[in-house]
Ligand binder design. Sequence first.
Ligand code: FUL
Length: 469
Amino acid sequence: MTTRREFLAASALAATCTARPRHAQAQAERDVLQRTTRRGAPRPRPTPAQLQWQRDEFALFLHFGVNTFTDREWGDGTEDPAIFNPIALDARQWARTARAAGARSVILTAKHHDGFCLWPTATTRHSVASSPWRGGAGDVVRECADAARAEGLRVGLYCSPWDRNASVYGDSLRYNDFYIAQLTELLTQYGAIAEVWFDGANGEGPNGRRQVYDWPRIWGTVRRLQPDAVMFSDAGPDVRWIGNERGSAGDPNWSTVDPSIVTAPGVDGPEIIRSLQHGDRDGTVWRPGETDVSIRPGWFHHATEDAKVKTVDDLVGIWFSSVGRNSKLLLNVPPARDGLLAVADVERLREFKAARDAVFAREVQPLRWTWRVDAMKRVEGTAVLAQPATVGVVRLAEAVEDGQQVARYVVEGDGGNGTWRALARGETIGCCKLDRIDAPVRVTRLRVTVEESNDVVAGLQVRAFAVPA
Ligand code: FUL
């Protein structure tokens, strides 16, 4: 017998081929679907900010600061601000490059672990105000935020919790006040901030003192000052680190987590890394993963690494293992000492965009998708193609507004003789799952079967792309 839940899901499916039903009736039907975890808790769903953040797919990370001038990766806080002088700095070049590469936001290291502030803060003299750049009147955060918005990009800021310059670091109460004062400046003086990035790297303060961060207060401050921003850290609260810096999200990758596993940034352990990489199928909190990786070996620009910029193949592979595994890609492209992105990086980003455009250039047109839910509650969609095509890539997307459901699926193709053969198999889908077909074959029909899911799946989007001509 068909239950009400199955009936509603099936009718929603019947109403949609590749898009969700939008009319009020369908909305009302979706609202009565009680989605729960196996332990009975309501299944988490994304906030509008989390949804926007992930649908942006791709952001550019900009590591810039005194390390750019000392040729180091981690400064120790003793750097003389006089070394900071990016004479040709042009944040419009950063923003134009980001936009041309297809990124929809940029995230700037307003302060890295060395404590040097790229804005003229009132909290310390260790900032651009003490440097020769623009005669001490410059503000990199302002120039970057203005340039990004002029290109239609959202703005994110990294402000390192670990501060190797602040004398109060490790004097927990005083440093928490100091850090919150810095965040308050950044979140009140530079317009809408889309993402605040809390790095997990964390060392001792002077004389081995250990800083105890007041995360509830820090996160509360961001929420109050920029309610639409998402906060990144190992422990979110909104988006989580993916658990490595290689550009590889876990497979499977749930956007839900068990919040009792990773409770604070900067804590390590196998179970923590597993949860960061894969999320937790029965997690009670929506916290999708962000995949941060550098286009170069280091996070900061070093001229000696100009010949070590990742190849286009590396970058396309990273796209498939991040965006294509229900994650968001945050690709670091560090400005050089002159304040400009290096020629090698700009050129590689251009090639990377062209390579992605080629992968997704030839979308296969189905005549119509027909959906059904079988007795085992498995959802199956079949499409006859308008013309036979050699499918190279399949892109699947769940309607994650209602949570993440799919746990196992198979994509099959019919070569024209009525026999189905598997093109790709996978576990999670989420916002976006990209499958490259190992041995592309010419097919006349496509079939997608959800073999296992948390709940009956509605509104699955299937797009297929023919191998480039
Ligand atoms: C790490 C930092 O220690 C690196 O310097 C870099 O900022 C990277 C994104 O995060 O934890």
